[in-house]
Design a protein around this ligand. Structure first.
Ligand code: TGC
Ligand code: FAD
Length: 432
C-alpha cells in the first residue's frame, strides 16, 4: 500500500505562531466586528462534545487552533451562513479571513504559505470549519490541499515562490480541475489534453464540477500528454482561451461556488507543467490530503447537528415533558454520540499515522466514507428530533444534510471508497 505522503515538515514554533495570529485576530474582531451589534443575528450556541475525553489526546497547539477557529466561525460564519445558503451565494469575503486564521494548508511549511502545524491541527481546523458549513470547509480544503499542496509538492522552486505566498494569504484563489463531464469516478479516462508546441503546451478540453472555478485566479489542471500520460499544470485564469462558467441550480453546498473549466487552445508555458509526476498518482496524492481533511470535517457537521438536537430536545416539551425524556429520543441521541465518538477516535488515530507519514490512501478512504455517512445519518436523525422546525433555516440541520449529500459524492463517492477498501483487503480490483 502506498503511503499518504512523506513525513510532513513540522516547524517547531509554527503552532505557537499560528496561535498568536489567531489570538490577535480574535482581539481585533471583538473590538470591531459583529459582536458590536451592527446586525441583528442569531446567537450560535454550539458547544463541543467530547464523550471520550479526546481533548486529552490533543496538544495545547491543537486546542488553541481548534478554539480560535471555533470562535471565528461563531463570529464570521454562523451569522451569515443561512442567508448566503438561502441565496445560493458564496461569501467570497471569507477567503481572506480563512487565510488570516491559517486555514490554508495548516500542515504545509510556513515558508511556502502554510501554517507549519501538524496533520492533527489541520484536522481540527477542518472540523471546526465544517461545523459551520461544508462549503466553508471546501473553500479552505481546495485552496490548501488541492492547490497549494500540489504546487508545494510538484512545482518548480520558482513557481512555489511565485504562487504559494499569495495563495496562503488569500490574495490569489485557486481551484483543482480533475473531473470531466464524462469522467467522474474514473478520472483516468480523461480526454483533456496537452500538445507540444515548442516552449509551451496547447491545452484543450473541459472540466466539470470545479469548486471555486468562477472566482479562481489559477487552476491546477490535470490533462493527458501526447503519450497518454496524465500531467499536472498551473493555468492562470487570465490566459487566452480559459473560461470558467458557473454551475447553477445546486440544492447542496449552496454557499460554495462551483463551475466548469473550459480550455480552448490555452497556451501553457512548459515551466508550468509539473516536471516529475506522471499518471493518476499525481492527482490522487492531492485527493488523499483533501479526503483526510474531509474525514475530520464531517465530524464537525455531525457535532453541530447533535448539539442542536440535544439542546432542542431538552427545551421542547410535548405531552407535558421535554422530548429528551422520552426513550425514543434518548435512543437517537445516545446512538448519535456513540457514532460521533467512534468517528473522533478514527480520525485521531488517522491523524497520528499521518503525522508519522504512515496513513495509507485506503485508511483515508475508510475514514472519509465512514465519517461522511455517519454525519449524514446524524443529520437525518437530528432533523426528526427537531420535528417541523428541523426543515427550517432556524436550525442548521437541513443545510448540513443537503451539504453532506455533496460531501458523500465528491472526493470519491461513498461506493468508490468502499471499493478502495474492498481492493485493499482482497487484493482484487472491482472497479472495472
Ligand atoms: P489505480 O490503478 O488504482 O491507481 C493509479 C496510480 O495511483 C496510485 N494511487 C494513489 N497515489 C496516491 N494517493 C492515492 N490516494 C492513490 N490511489 C491510487 C496507485 O498506486 C497507482 O500508482 P502507479 O504508480 O501504479 O501508477 O487507478 P484507477 O484508474 O484504477 O482508479 C482508482 C480509483 C477509482 C480509486 C480512483 O480513480 C479514484 O479515486 N476515483 C475517484 C475520483 C475522485 O475522487 N475524484 C475527486 C475529484 S476532486 C474533488 O472532488 C474535489 S471536491 C473539492 C471540495 O472539497 O470542494
Ligand atoms: P459518476 O462517476 O458518474 O458516478 C455515479 C454513480 O455511479 C455513483 O454513485 C458512483 O459511486 C457509481 N459508480 C461509478 N463507478 C462505479 C463502479 N466502478 N462501481 C460501482 N459504482 C460506481 N471535481 C474536481 O475535480 N474538482 C472539484 O473542485 C470538485 N468539486 C466538486 C463540487 C461539487 C459541489 C460536486 C457535486 C462535485 C465536485 N467535484 C469536483 C466532482 C466530484 O469529485 C465528482 O462528482 C465525483 O468524483 C463523482 O463523479 P460523477 O459525479 O461523475 O459520478
Amino acid at each position: 500500500m502506498a503511503k499518504m505522503q512523506e513525513k510532513p515538515a513540522i516547524w517547531p514554533f509554527g503552532g505557537y505562531i499560528s496561535a498568536f495570529l489567531f489570538a490577535a485576530y480574535l482581539c481585533a474582531s471583538l473590538k470591531t466586528g459583529c459582536m458590536t451589534g451592527q446586525k441583528s443575528v442569531k446567537t450560535d450556541q454550539y458547544q463541543g462534545h467530547d464523550y471520550y475525553l479526546m481533548d486529552e489526546l490533543l496538544s495545547q497547539d491543537h486546542l488553541m487552533a481548534r478554539d480560535a477557529v471555533r470562535d471565528w466561525v461563531k463570529q464570521e460564519v454562523s451569522p451569515i451562513i443561512e442567508d448566503y445558503s438561502n441565496r445560493a451565494a458564496c461569501p467570497t469575503h471569507l477567503f481572506k479571513g480563512l487565510a488570516e486564521i491559517g486555514a490554508y494548508g495548516p500542515s504545509l511549511p510556513v515558508e511556502y504559505g502554510g501554517g507549519g502545524m501538524d496533520e492533527i491541527a489541520y484536522g481540527v481546523i477542518m472540523q471546526e470549519l465544517e461545523r459551520g458549513d461544508s462549503g466553508i470547509r471546501s473553500m479552505a480544503s481546495v485552496q490548501g490541499s488541492l492547490v497549494m499542496y500540489p504546487i508545494f509538492r510538484y512545482a518548480s522552486e520558482e513557481l512555489k515562490k511565485k504562487y504559494l505566498p499569495k495563495l496562503g494569504s488569500g490574495e490569489m484563489i485557486g481551484c483543482f480541475g480533475l473531473t470531466e463531464p464524462d469522467h467522474g469516478s474514473n478520472p483516468g479516462g480523461m480526454v483533456t489534453k496537452i500538445v507540444d508546441d515548442g516552449d509551451a503546451y496547447i491545452l484543450n478540453g473541459a472540466k466539470m464540477w470545479i469548486t471555486n472555478s468562477p472566482v479562481a485566479d489559477l487552476a491546477v489542471v490535470w490533462a493527458k500528454d501526447e503519450e497518454g500520460k496524465i500531467r499536472g499544470m498551473i493555468v492562470e485564469s487570465g490566459w487566452k482561451g480559459f473560461s470558467a462558467p458557473e454551475i447553477h441550480g445546486k440544492w447542496s453546498l449552496r454557499a460554495s461556488i462551483t463551475g466548469e473549466l473550459v480550455f480552448e487552445d490555452v497556451r501553457v508555458p512548459k515551466s508550468h507543467v509539473f516536471p516529475d509526476v506522471k499518471g493518476l498518482k499525481g492527482p490522487l496524492s492531492c485527493l488523499s490530503k483533501a479526503r483526510y481533511g474531509i474525514a475530520w470535517g464531517a465530524v464537525g457537521a455531525a457535532l453541530d447537528c447533535y448539539d442542536s438536537a440535544l439542546r432542542y430536545s431538552k427545551e421542547r416539551e410535548q405531552f407535558g415533558r421535554p422530548l429528551a425524556g422520552f426513550q425514543l429520543t434518548q435512543k437517537k441521541l445516545a446512538e448519535m454520540i456513540t457514532e460521533i465518538t467512534k468517528a473522533q477516535l478514527l480520525v485521531w488515530r488517522l491523524g497520528s499515522l499521518a503525522n508519522e507519514g504512515r496513513a495509507t490512501p485506503a485508511q483515508i478512504s475508510m475514514a472519509k466514507r465512514n465519517n461522511v455517512f455517519m454525519a449524514l445519518e446524524i443529520a437525518r436523525e437530528a432533523r426528526q428530533i427537531h420535528g417541523g422546525m428541523g426543515i427550517t433555516n432556524e436550525y442548521p440541520i437541513m443545510r448540513h444534510m443537503m451539504n453532506l449529500e455533496t460531501v458523500l459524492t465528491y472526493e470519491g463517492t461513498h461506493d468508490i471508497h468502499l471499493l478502495i477498501t474492498g481492493q485493499d483487503v482482497t487484493g482484487l480490483n472491482a472497479f472495472s
